[in-house]
Design a protein around this ligand. Structure first.
Ligand SMILES: Nc1ncnc2c1ncn2[C@@H]1O[C@H](COP(=O)(O)OP(=O)(O)OP(=O)(O)O)[C@@H](O)[C@H]1O
Ligand SMILES: [Mg+2]
Length: 226
């Protein structure tokens, strides 16, 4: 199993009496690609942040690739994420003044499993695979189009060869043509590299790209009428 959750609950420390997540049991197998949909405010980003170790669950067992995240310190979780998980954020979170190559290289420096000599070659290979024109490789991210920034964000999530890729509504700012192109590319990369994918969105029209589709309301016992 890539992800196993057991009796996981979470409430934000600012609001301890109002749980956001209560998940009796949920899992993701190796090589599986799952689409989890749910409304705005339903807890999708909160769930992804727990799975990637950015947040610690309040209770329960969070097992990722055989490791118990709920038993790790936040430093251990940061290191685990850098080495095993790729994360494509909703707003990409690129460093705006760094170019494509530097943004991706920065992510590779957080991982300890990386051989430095191979990094430059792998960055170039990823940018080629993602159809980034070479003339754009040295342009600061803030001067690139949303579609180009998005491809850098995927390259950055993949540079450390993660076994698990987590994507938080990365298509929300794209038009339909770019969205379809992005999804096709993403699915072919995860398929070719046998990467497990957890993709969340409120946009049900994306479900057709996935062979497993889960509703957050079936996973999470907390409903969002707070
Ligand atoms: N830092 C925070 N402190 C307190 N409450 C928070 C915090 N972040 C999110 N919440 C609350 O947790 C609930 C779930 O939020 P979350 O961001 O996980 O939803 P979401 O499904 O990702 O929504 P969206 O589709 O709009 O991105 C919301 O009620 C939100 O107000
Ligand atoms: Mg969200």
């Amino acid at each position: 199993m890539v992800i196993t959750l057991s009796n996981v609950s979470f409430s934000y420390p600012e609001d301890p009496k109002r749980p956001v997540l209560d998940i009796p049991s949920w899992s993701l197998s190796k090589g599986e690609q799952v689409f989890v949909h749910g409304p705005s405010g339903g807890g999708k980003s909160t769930l992804l942040n727990i799975l990637s170790g950015l947040l610690a669950s309040t209770e329960g067992q969070v097992t990722i690739l055989g490791q118990r995240l709920d038993k790790m310190s936040s430093r251990q979780r940061d290191r685990f994420r850098a080495n095993h998980i790729g994360y494509v954020f909703q707003q990409f979170n690129l460093i705006p003044y760094l170019n494509a190559v530097d943004n991706i290289r920065l992510a590779s420096q957080f991982s300890q499993t990386k051989k430095v000599s191979l990094v430059e070659q792998e960055i170039q290979q990823l940018l080629i695979t993602l159809n980034m024109a070479q003339k754009d490789w040295q342009t600061p991210a803030r001067n690139l189009s949303i579609g180009q920034q998005q491809r850098i964000a995927i390259a950055r999530a993949l540079i450390n060869k993660p076994q698990l890729l987590i994507a938080d509504e990365p298509t929300s700012s794209l038009d339909k043509v770019n969205r379809d192109a992005f999804m096709t590319l993403l699915m072919s990369i995860v398929g070719d590299n046998d990467i497990s994918l957890l993709f969340v969105s409120h946009d049900l029209s994306l479900a057709s790209y996935f062979n497993r589709v889960d509703a957050l309301s079936d996973i999470n016992r907390i409903k969002e009428e707070h």
